[in-house]
Design a binder for this molecule. Sequence first.
Ligand code: TMP
Length: 212
Amino acid sequence: TAHNDNSRGSLIVLEGLDRSGKTSQSNRLVTFLKEKGLSVEFWRFPDRSTSTGQMISAYLANESQLDDRAIHLLFSANRWEKRSLMESKVMSGTSLIIDRYSYSGVAFSAAKGLDLEWCKAPEVGLIAPDLVIYLDISAEKAAERGGYGTERYEQLEFQKKVMEHYRTLYDASWKIVDGGLPVETLEEQIREIALGCILTCQKGKPLSELWH
Ligand code: TMP
């Protein structure tokens, strides 16, 4: 995976239910890729540092109430704010490992009963990930992992619905891994899948956009 001067980086997204292990696996992957000498950054959505991110954070903590469509559009805007930076990073050779993306946006809002196509519309034109790694784990098993926290969506029945909606978003960029595997075993699988993707992108696979 030697890095050519003008080869692009990869956009790799980790998705899954709350407590599926995405965040720790993302961090492990970033550490591994950095040790291999690759240019890589860890990103996450929602990005709670921006002003839309602060509104989202207050909503998730139940400190504010928002219409279901309003919060959906805020999550989407929170990704649009980062689109140009994302593109320039990837095109200049940095790979981004991203904890959640538009798939969370659609699956969580659709689980509230919003129309799937309506949910997808504001995401159209965002950069499509080169790879989506879905950490597959049942809502029950996720809940057993020290229990859910106190954030708005961390409830068993809701997470079951989210999972059903994730399933409808599956496409060729997805790789489903077993989120119930021991951490190191899963880490090994994720490394291999990610390295394969990075190599393909270095060889010139074009960037594409979501859901046209
Ligand atoms: P986090 O725990 O990964 O920070 O995500 C916060 C919550 O926000 C999580 O329950 C998933 C949800 N979410 C959405 O509803 N829409 C989105 O677009 C994103 C990125 C997350």
